[in-house]
Design a protein around this ligand. Structure first.
Ligand code: UDP
Ligand code: MG
Length: 351
């Protein structure tokens, strides 16, 4: 049996960190955010700070901007996916390509302040594996988004056995062993908040103020957020299926009572043909309940279907390693193992 024991790296030097940034159409935001990331990394003593930008199928010149940043800064690595795979897949790709050390996930739009990086590293160096940013304020977000978000966290907190802290996004630092653990989860429907929670280890929250975007517009409208919520609930809980069972039991019980009443009435008073409205009501009601249950089963079946296809999570168009790491070469067996993990995901290497 394969045992998954990941050793604590607390005694390790904690000296290498890669900031992973997934970007989709962020050509205007990246030049504003990159200097802030650089400055924050430079502010941490004894840290080999690197940045990995993932271009998630952008159409607005984001890739050109990234190439320029990498040209000016040898610590920048670039990954370009073959098309837009969505933020979760882009992040997965980025985390797969982190060569060594810890990883820190950051949004490209400046909503997660890079200035907090030293605080994250400090908590990591104190022995935490998963340092996650928790939002204190949601400036620049609508009333509706705030209410639905809080409702979502309450529902999923009830339904899921995996701890998913409220108001926590993807802004977090993962220690090497937490990163290695996350890399083992290759499910297609990737609800990252849940996956991070599933990994466990020593976790600590870092409260922060989430500001508005520095440029561009959000890619997550209400419809996309709704689907995201469904994704989270169905990925981390099968409670809705159980609800269908109870709903079925309840209607079956009510129907039985109703049947007794109908039969008893017919026996006592004879059966005059009447009751068309009741019959219609019952038929429509049962039809509705059955459709709801079928829809619920369908949700899970669809996910099973996606998993069964075993497609790669993303395809890579171009990988450009950081110039600094290039000269050093792959890092022993650890590096080789990560390459092995990624095999099959790299469709073609660019220049
Ligand atoms: N993003 C991505 N792929 C997508 C959509 C978004 O990589 O298909 C990135 C985006 O560039 C940004 C981050 O995910 O860095 C968060 O996106 P956004 O700011 O639109 O979301 P919000 O902050 O409004 O939740
Ligand atoms: Mg944003």
């Amino acid at each position: 049996m394969k045992r998954h024991i990941l050793t604590n790296d607390r005694d390790a030097a904690c000296d290498t960190l890669t900031v992973v940034v997934a970007a989709h159409d962020e050509a205007h935001a990246l030049p504003l955010v990159h200097p802030r990331i650089r400055a924050a990394l430079d502010a941490v003593p004894g840290l080999d700070g690197r940045v990995l930008y993932v271009d998630d199928g952008s159409h607005d010149g984001t890739w050109e901007v990234m190439q320029q940043l990498a040209g000016e800064d040898p610590r920048v690595a670039l990954l370009r996916l073959s098309r837009n795979f969505g933020k979760e897949a882009a992040l997965t790709a980025g985390l797969d390509f982190v060569e060594e050390g810890a990883a820190l996930i950051l949004d490209a739009d400046g909503q997660d302040p890079p200035e907090l990086i030293p605080r994250f590293v400090e908590l990591w160096r104190q022995g935490h594996d998963d340092v996650y940013g928790t939002r204190l304020a949601r400036d620049g977000e609508s009333w509706l988004k705030r209410v639905t978000a809080s409702l979502f966290y309450r529902v999923i907190g009830r339904l899921s056995k995996t701890p998913i802290p409220a108001d926590t996004g993807d802004f977090r630092l993962l220690s090497p062993r937490a990163l290695a653990a996350l890399r083992q989860l290759r499910e297609r429907h990737r609800f990252m908040k849940g996956l991070f929670g599933w990994v466990g280890f020593r976790r600590v929250a870092l409260p922060y103020h989430r500001g508005p975007r520095v440029a561009g517009a959000s890619k997550f409208g209400l419809w996309r957020l709704w689907n995201f919520a469904l994704e989270g609930i169905t990925s981390f809980s099968s409670a809705p299926l159980r609800v269908a069972t109870y709903l079925g039991l309840l209607t079956a019980g009510l129907s039985f009572g109703f049947a007794l009443w109908v039969v008893g009435k017919a026996a006592l008073y004879g059966d005059r043909v009447a009751g068309w409205p009741t019959m219609m009501t019952v038929i429509l009601f049962l039809g509705g309940v059955q459709l709801i249950a079928l829809g619920l089963i369908g949700e899970y079946l669809g996910r099973l279907y996606e998993e069964a296809k075993q497609r790669p999570l993303y395809l890579v168009d171009t990988w450009r390693a950081p110039a600094v790491a290039d000269s050093a070469g792959p890092t022993g067996t650890g590096g080789d193992r990560h390459h092995a993990d990624r095999s099959g995901f790299v469709a073609g290497q660019g220049p």
